[in-house]
Design a protein around this ligand. Structure first.
Ligand SMILES: Cc1ncc(C[n+]2csc(CCOP(=O)(O)OP(=O)(O)O)c2C)c(N)n1
Length: 303
């Protein structure tokens, strides 16, 4: 398709879509390799993949400022990557190695990086929601205008939804396979949080393509193949890619080139993780990282 000449803001939009596509593809390729590493016994313990849900983390996090905060569940690899954490440090953490972001002592469910205000990685369903609330209060007490974005799954919802309704919390239902829809809904929530100081509950409807965790069968035994196939027609990467192709701003060749670049980043992360040593025995009793001189460290210490 011929490329039309673009105005400044159109060019910015194109750039944004490319960046969101790049991030979603990075998550997809990273997690495909993580699945392989798990099968080879390089990753131990739990490993919950985000494949199929990439538009949620990427769309929402793309709306944040650098000084905002993010907390996630144990299914947080994609959110950590979208927040800008290093693929090397994440892969090394999955491998349980000393160069991992949590020094190899947290694993898949406990990714953390104070440099990008990514405050975990939490294994207890719903357990991090009070922590995120604490971050919110800390921001308020300090008179800041940052926001705290907290991801959680549907099983934590009974409690939250009941409270949200009883306190009349603003809420919105969002198409979680459409990265731009997630971004725009999050922008509305952020605007409300910064200007009115109130939280928003976004119900982002998405679908995981893999099993619950790597200990499950590949795509789970508890759902019909037809159901999975139906949802895979709305793969978030294909949805954005089709939109970009229709606009004449993306081609097969560009996709192949991007894919090669991303595969090289993931390969480098694997090699880095594989070469990293296991944590030293004496490090088992050392603190992992709370550095109270940093902003995120201070908040993590506070909550
Ligand atoms: C308090 C608590 N209860 C039970 C578990 C075991 N558990 C791990 S994942 C999970 C299901 C969570 O589903 P959901 O919140 O919808 O998130 P998803 O896994 O679909 O991302 C459960 C029950 C847990 N981690 N914490």
């Amino acid at each position: 398709m011929a490329k039309k000449k673009q105005s400044g803001s159109d060019a910015d939009e194109t750039k944004l879509r490319r960046e969101l596509l790049r991030q979603m593809l990075l998550i997809r390729r990273f997690e495909e390799r993580a699945a392989e590493a798990y099968a080879l016994g390089k990753i131990g313990g739990f490993c919950h993949l985000y494949i199929g849900q990439e538009a949620v983390g990427v769309g929402a996090i793309s709306a944040l400022r650098e000084d905002d905060y993010v907390l996630g569940t144990y299914r947080e690899h994609g959110q950590a990557l979208a927040r800008g954490m290093s693929p090397r440090a994440i892969m090394a953490e999955l491998f349980g190695r000393a160069d991992g972001c949590s020094k190899g002592k947290g694993g898949s469910m406990h990714l953390f990086d104070r440099n990008v205000n990514f405050l975990g990685g939490h294994g207890i369903v719903g357990g991090h929601i009070p922590l995120a609330t604490g971050v919110g209060f800390a921001i308020k007490y300090r008179g800041g205008d940052q926001v705290c974005l907290c991801f959680f799954g549907a099983s934590a919802i009974n409690d939250i939804a009941e409270r949200a309704c009883s306190y009349d919390m603003p809420n919105e239902v969002v198409d979680g396979q459409d990265v731009m829809a997630v971004r725009e809904a999050t922008q509305r929530a952020i605007e409300r949080a910064r200007s009115e100081h109130i939280p928003t509950l976004l119900e982002v409807r998405t679908y995981r393509f893999m099993g619950h965790s790597m200990s499950d069968a590949v795509s789970g035994t508890y759902r019909a193949k037809e159901e999975l196939e139906e949802y895979m027609k709305r793969d978030p990467i294909s949805v954005l890619r089709a939109d970009m192709e229709e606009r004449g701003e993306w081609s097969e060749e560009e996709m192949a080139k991007l894919d090669d670049e991303i595969k090289a980043i993931v390969e480098d992360a694997w090699e880095f993780a594989d070469a990293s040593p296991e944590p030293a025995l004496e490090s088992l009793t050392e603190d992992v990282m709370v550095d109270t001189t940093s902003d995120a460290g201070e908040l993590a210490g506070a909550v």
